[in-house]
Design a protein around this ligand. Structure first.
Ligand SMILES: NC(=O)CCC(=O)C(=O)O
Length: 298
């Protein structure tokens, strides 16, 4: 398994266009039901021609601190990892790349919020542990850090459908991570996520479009469907955004699968028309203490 990119950009651009599926799964309390549902949605999406299939954050487990340890899987013990094994099997049987949303991962004493990426042969090709844990107070309160340890590595992976950067939900808020992925050659960033009703309405689309337009690349998000009986109400609205910040496809909050086309030549076009990389003034964006300089100008 590699979590860093190695194939050349010319390999990547042999695949210029393909279909992506965003499976907005309705997550129940029953883990086996969630696994069966996810398998069916992936198979159906593959039948509709999707080559890359993205699942939501916490698709095997309702998003709640009390659930995470119960639904967690230790990926080193494959017979106790039914969610992980299903993703691997279905990626291989359907010959698709799967960005497997996230599930709680147990590693020794620790839990991580982890996204596994599987190649078309069913092999695990990357594993992203959520870097920025979601701790929020206000109208909605949640403290992921009560359950999870934060990951400490960015994840960029070469797949049959190009070089992809991976983040999980709150990771989307941090522009530096997306910039790093762009610098390392990603044309697509996938963020499985589960924004809440309070920040979702205002910010979910805004931050996706910001990451896309700043970096002139595609951003794909995939959320669970909303469950109005759950303690954490999910915003839904899985979305694909293009490199001009345009919303290519989106959904409401119910269970659904979005199928949309990614055309990497659009990144090239946007970057040629507006060469932000060349126009950047890295020489003046330095985080240095300018207090003395500012004082002397007054
Ligand atoms: N699951 C999450 O990381 C939620 C992030 C979120 O809602 C936000 O506002 O950020």
């Amino acid at each position: 398994m590699a979590s860093s990119a190695s194939a050349s950009k010319s390999d990547q651009h042999q695949i210029a266009k393909f279909k992506i599926a965003l499976c907005q799964i309705s997550v129940s309390l029953d883990k086996n039901t969630n696994i069966d549902r996810a398998r069916k949605m992936i198979k159906d999406a593959a039948k509709m021609g999707a080559k890359l299939i993205v699942l939501p954050e916490m698709w095997n487990c309702p998003y709640a601190n009390e659930n995470f340890p119960i639904y967690a899987e230790d990926f080193d013990i494959r017979e106790l990892s039914p969610s992980f094994m299903m993703l691997s099997d279905v990626a291989r049987s359907e010959g698709v790349t799967v960005v497997g949303g996230s599930i709680p991962e147990r590693c020794g004493e620790r839990l991580y919020n982890t996204c596994c990426v599987f190649g078309t042969d069913g092999n695990l090709i990357a594993k992203h542990r959520k870097i920025h844990l979601f701790d929020l107070t206000g109208d909605v309160c949640f403290k992921e850090s009560e359950s999870f340890t934060a990951g400490n590595r960015p994840t960029i992976v070469d797949t049959d459908v190009g070089r992809i950067g991976i983040g999980i939900c709150h990771d989307l808020r941090f522009p530096e991570l997306a910039m790093l992925y762009r610098e390392r050659g990603a044309d697509l960033i996938c963020y499985p996520g589960a924004f809440n009703m309070s920040t979702g309405k205002l910010l979910w689309e805004l931050v996706q479009r910001a990451r896309a337009v700043d970096n002139q690349l595609f951003v794909a998000t995939c959320s669970p469907a909303r469950d109005s009986s759950g303690s954490y109400m999910i915003w839904g609205h899985s979305t694909l955004v293009g490199p001009f910040g345009e919303v290519i496809a989106t959904s409401e909050h119910q269970e659904t699968t979005i199928i949309a086309e990614i055309d990497y030549s659009m990144c090239q076009l946007r970057r040629e028309n507006l060469p932000l990389e060349k126009q950047k003034r890295g020489d003046i964006y330095q985080f240095v203490d300018c207090t003395n300089e500012l004082n002397s100008q007054q």
